[in-house]
Design a protein around this ligand. Structure first.
Ligand SMILES: Cc1cc2nc3c(=O)[nH]c(=O)nc-3n(C[C@H](O)[C@H](O)[C@H](O)COP(=O)(O)OP(=O)(O)OC[C@H]3O[C@@H](n4cnc5c(N)ncnc54)[C@H](O)[C@@H]3O)c2cc1C
Ligand SMILES: *[C@@H]1O[C@H](CO)[C@@H](O)[C@H](O)[C@H]1NC(C)=O
Ligand SMILES: *[C@@H]1O[C@H](CO)[C@@H](O)[C@H](O)[C@H]1NC(C)=O
Ligand SMILES: *[C@@H]1O[C@H](CO)[C@@H](O)[C@H](O)[C@H]1NC(C)=O
Ligand SMILES: *[C@@H]1O[C@H](CO)[C@@H](O)[C@H](O)[C@H]1NC(C)=O
Ligand SMILES: *[C@@H]1O[C@H](CO)[C@@H](O)[C@H](O)[C@H]1NC(C)=O
Ligand SMILES: *[C@@H]1O[C@H](CO)[C@@H](O)[C@H](O)[C@H]1NC(C)=O
Ligand SMILES: *[C@@H]1O[C@H](CO)[C@@H](O)[C@H](O)[C@H]1NC(C)=O
Ligand SMILES: *[C@@H]1O[C@H](CO)[C@@H](O)[C@H](O)[C@H]1NC(C)=O
Length: 591
């Protein structure tokens, strides 16, 4: 399953008492489980009608988009063919209330069939993976009503923003979903001061509604002569799971992580209360929401992010390809290239790298490095040692390189060219590691041997996010929930794989777990991983996602959400819950 469609342009302690694997539920008593539609605890139609009235008619009953491919009155060949295309279209998924990018983790009930009517025995449902009802939210009041309803009736609550989540966290069986896509207001100001916070220094900033997506916000900021520290994708949401999980940015090595830009959040708590959180007010929420992960501490309705004057972006795209058949020489060279990354990021450059198989199935390296406000000449000077190295006896006659240069007058023009709207890779599997200077430089031969050992048809590509460095380290003394390992990260490295058909799922996951995650961790045992781009079923995910911040996060979660109103897979506190194969969600027997 070569996933050659994965493309650089489109990417992208041990706490012994906690268990990391997803165990299916042993039957527990029903009061310990979230209510399901087949049960008497499920609200009747009058209760749902009342919720619809409280939310001003914003309640939608789920119609699975895939139903057009399944036997029954809704079957429609043309619509089914269209769904095949749409189901991997990032823009369509974002603006659909029901569908998400990686439905497979929740037992995708009706996958696309491309026009062919599904076999009679395959029914579209039960709706594992998709909510039963959705609130098409446009205001905090509607969200308060939804949270209180889910709490009162003990119903699983999920939040969907864009549905980009890699681990299926924005959908869930037998749930009520809050869909934030239509909350799109933005307010720019030159001197934002957090509410009730006399000690704060005013900053140029933008307050952003929960549904905004990066392409729209980068464009709006440009209209004000500003840039925002954005994600590297047009349709990822600005302040949902991306931001609350940390949010890495193509310009991170100048400005820091996206989460370093937050001045204030507004949110509805798991108790259904609308509050403001900043460094002076509800500062415990402010701490947790900056890196603790989405769908855990509340439903964020808006956030205020710093803005900066826009800058010229200069980019060089380099490629190194093999000209001989000696693959070992190339892996050796890639060990050398990685050992150079700390020097390159310390010189102020940042970017994305891509290790792929070229047309002749030979290993190659491509990287797109940018400078913010620097020049092509300086960038070339910084990269020159890599080019010189290819002329040394070791690599001569084996490796050729190229460099292309691009100047963008502002951040928006770079963003639009480099991050076009694309089709997405569904069922992505992302074993990954935050690589620090030590991992990259101490033993390049070991590093290179590890890359070589892991490379197999199970791997689509190695994706390097070289967006850490001094720009991210500058915030190391700010106390927030973000995994502290980010502050010394140079390269967030993903060995990207994926599965296309259900039979591939187990072999791919096994390889990702036993070979890829295992070996990546040996490269950097002391760091961690990025919770938004980590392996489904990752070992010891608590310490790897949050490091030493986990115990404080766990305690805070149980304080503000003792009933587990918000739950998501491998999220803070989720080890206290067990998902069943029929979509049940029950308290773990020990919790
Ligand atoms: C193509 C692609 C490119 C990517 N590029 C980057 C990148 O450059 N940098 C980076 O850091 N990450 C990147 N990611 C990963 C991204 O951070 C995650 O997919 C993230 O979960 C997306 O957040 P979302 O809100 O858009 O998506 P959703 O799937 O809607 O939500 C993700 C999670 O956040 C929760 N959530 C959503 N909205 C809220 C809210 N308002 N309040 C509380 N919880 C909420 C959801 O319940 C879910 O648990 C990329 C992902 C994809 C698919
Ligand atoms: C789902 O499975 C769990 C255990 O796996 C069981 O306790 C529960 O009763 C089941 N729910 C339904 C609605 O069948
Ligand atoms: C909610 O109310 C609106 C407006 O009255 C209606 O169109 C919609 O169908 C209702 N939703 C449900 C789930 O009944
Ligand atoms: C879907 O069907 C169309 C028309 O039969 C075909 O051209 C296309 O290749 C199919 N796509 C996939 C992904 O199977
Ligand atoms: C959701 O609400 C918005 C704003 O009220 C509306 O424009 C949109 O059509 C609604 N979407 C759906 C799927 O009902
Ligand atoms: C590499 O191997 C291929 C296939 O065996 C062969 O055709 C080609 O000549 C070789 N190239 C070099 C540079 O040795
Ligand atoms: C390297 O290989 C890639 C992929 O096959 C190709 O697009 C590119 O032109 C090659 N570059 C050089 C310098 O040979
Ligand atoms: C190039 O880098 C030097 C040293 O870092 C710096 O002083 C100079 O301003 C840079 N030049 C340009 C054109 O960016
Ligand atoms: C890119 O810029 C460098 C430095 O100015 C220059 O040496 C090189 O020729 C340029 N490459 C291309 C393809 O223009």
């Amino acid at each position: 399953m070569k996933r050659s469609s994965v493309h650089i342009m489109h990417l992208l302690s041990s706490l012994a008492y906690l268990t990391s694997t997803r165990i299916f539920a042993e039957a527990t008593t029903s009061t310990d489980c979230k209510c399901q539609p087949s049960q008497s605890c499920w609200p009747d139609s009058h209760a749902w009608s009342r919720l619809n009235i409280t939310t001003n008619g914003a309640l939608l009953k789920t119609i699975p988009p895939g139903i057009v491919c399944y036997p029954g009155p809704a079957y429609d060949k043309i619509a089914c063919e269209q769904f095949n295309e749409l189901s991997s279209n990032e823009g369509w998924i974002s603006s659909n209330p029901y569908y998400v990018m990686n439905p497979g983790w929740n037992g995708n009930p009706c996958p696309p069939t491309n026009g062919t009517e599904a076999t009679p025995d395959s029914t579209c449902g039960p709706l594992l993976g998709e909510p039963v009802y959705v609130i098409n939210a446009t205001s905090a009041n509607q969200i308060e009503a939804g949270v209180k309803f889910a709490k009162q009736y003990n119903i699983r609550l999920v939040i969907k923003n864009t549905g980009h989540e890699f681990l299926g966290r924005s959908s869930g069986a037998h749930s009520l979903s809050i869909w934030t896509h239509n909350m799109r207001e933005t307010t720019f100001t030159d001197n934002f001061k957090p509410h009730n916070c006399p000690k704060a220094i005013a900053h140029s900033a933008v307050t952003v509604g929960a549904g905004m997506q990066w392409k729209d916000l980068v464009t709006a900021a440009h209209g004000h002569g500003k840039l925002v520290v954005s994600g590297g994708n047009p349709t990822v949401g600005c302040i949902g799971g991306y931001l609350q999980g940390g949010g890495h940015s193509p310009i991170g090595n100048k400005y820091g992580m996206a989460v370093d830009q937050v001045l204030e959040f507004n949110l509805v708590t798991p108790a259904g209360k609308y509050i403001t959180a900043n460094e002076c007010e509800n500062s415990d929420y402010f701490w947790a929401l900056r890196g603790g992960g989405g769908s855990t501490f509340g439903v964020v309705t808006s956030a205020t992010l710093r803005t900066y004057p826009t800058e010229e972006i200069n980019m060089v795209v380099q490629m190194f390809n093999m000209t001989s058949n000696d693959t070992d020489v190339m892996w050796d060279f890639l060990g050398y290239v990685h050992s150079e990354l700390p020097r390159i990021t310390n010189a102020g450059m940042m970017g994305y790298s891509f290790i792929y198989n070229d047309e002749s199935q030979k290993v190659g390296w491509a990287a797109a490095f940018i400078t913010v406000g620097g020049s092509i000449e300086n960038a070339t000077k910084i990269l020159q040692p890599l080019y010189d190295e290819t002329a040394t006896s070791k690599y001569k006659d084996h490796i050729i390189y190229s460099q292309d240069n691009y100047t963008f007058p502002n951040y928006l023009s770079y963003f639009l060219v480099f991050f076009p709207e694309a089709t997405t890779t569904t069922n992505a599997v992302l074993p990954s590691r935050l690589l620090d200077e030590q991992a990259l430089t101490v033993d390049p031969a070991y590093f290179s041997a590890t890359l070589k050992k892991m490379w197999s048809p199970f791997v689509g590509a190695y994706l390097g996010h070289i967006i850490g460095g001094p720009g991210v380290a500058q915030y190391k003394d700010v106390d927030m929930a973000l995994n502290p390992a980010w502050r010394r990260t140079v390269d967030h490295f993903i060995a990207a794989s994926g599965w296309d058909t259900p039979v591939q799922r187990e072999p791919v996951l096994n390889y990702a777990h036993n070979i890829l995650e295992y070996n990546l961790r040996k490269l950097a045992p002391e760091t961690g991983q990025y919770l938004n781009e980590a392996l489904y079923g990752s070992d010891n995910w608590q310490a790897n996602n949050w490091g030493t911040n986990y115990p404080r996060l766990f305690a805070f979660k149980n304080k503000v959400d003792p009933d587990g109103v918000l739950y998501c897979f491998n999220c803070v506190g989720s080890e206290q819950w067990v998902e069943g194969e029929n979509g049940s969600l029950c308290r773990a027997s020990w919790a």
